[in-house]
Design a protein around this ligand. Structure first.
Ligand code: CA
Length: 223
């Protein structure tokens, strides 16, 4: 999952990015509202962490512009402590959640898990499809009742595909959402990763749609 962080205070931004990356997310950081607005308008993210007090364009304006343009990714707004007016304005502008500074990283991570689940219509931190289960709190993957050891990259791929099960995901979308750097994005590496996962999970869970991408076909939970 790919998260856009728009925060002008470098120290806070550094903590947020460290926390998000530690939790397996890919991040993109912007230091001002103009750059942040542009990224959010032109690229796809699974969620945004948006500070309100930003240089060039303030956070509320950034959010209103995205929503007016139909950009619907989930957004957590960061407000000043006791800034209840900010919270009300943030929610009115289209924020999905807010968090007052200072906050604990665990709380931000919990809110991001919740808004990304809601965005794809899943209420539980446990993603289940057929025999496949992913626990988004513990970052564990299991098939049937067998725990499957996975690397952070493998986890990101399975979790992203399971969030979007039933939809064909192109190689470029998948790369964009699981790799940290542009330089790592080559389709060969992705194919190797997929075939490694097929060996671990079973060959039929991640299916190839030649010329289109990959899909986890939606199934009822198998218990
Ligand atoms: Ca600020």
């Amino acid at each position: 999952m790919r998260i856009l962080v728009i925060e002008d205070e470098r120290r806070i931004a550094k903590d947020i990015i460290k926390g998000l990356e530690g939790a397996g997310y890919v991040t993109k950081h912007c230091l001002d509202g103009e750059d942040g607005w542009f990224r959010g308008d032109s690229e796809t993210f699974d969620a945004v962490v948006l500070d309100l007090g930003l240089p060039l364009i303030d956070g509320l304006t950034v959010l209103r512009r995205w929503r007016a343009a139909g950009r619907s990714m989930p957004v957590v707004v960061l407000t000043a402590r006791d800034g209840w007016i900010d919270k009300v304005d943030g929610i009115d502008a289209g924020a999905d959640d807010y968090l007052a500074k200072p906050f604990r990283m665990e709380e931000l991570l919990a809110r991001i898990r919740a808004i990304t689940r809601r965005a794809v219509g899943q209420a539980s931190p446990l993603l289940v499809n057929g025999a496949l289960q992913v626990d988004t709190r513990l970052h564990t993957v299991s098939v049937g009742n067998t725990a499957i050891p996975v690397t952070p990259l493998e986890y990101r791929l399975v979790a992203y595909m399971l969030h979007h099960r039933g939809r064909i995901i192109s190689q470029s979308e998948l790369s964009e959402h699981i790799y940290d750097q542009d330089i790592e994005r080559d389709s060969n590496a992705l194919e190797v990763l997929i075939s490694r996962l097929r060996r671990k999970l079973g060959s039929d869970i991640i299916q190839t749609r030649r010329g289109h991408g990959y899909v986890i076909v939606a199934e009822d939970a198998q218990r």
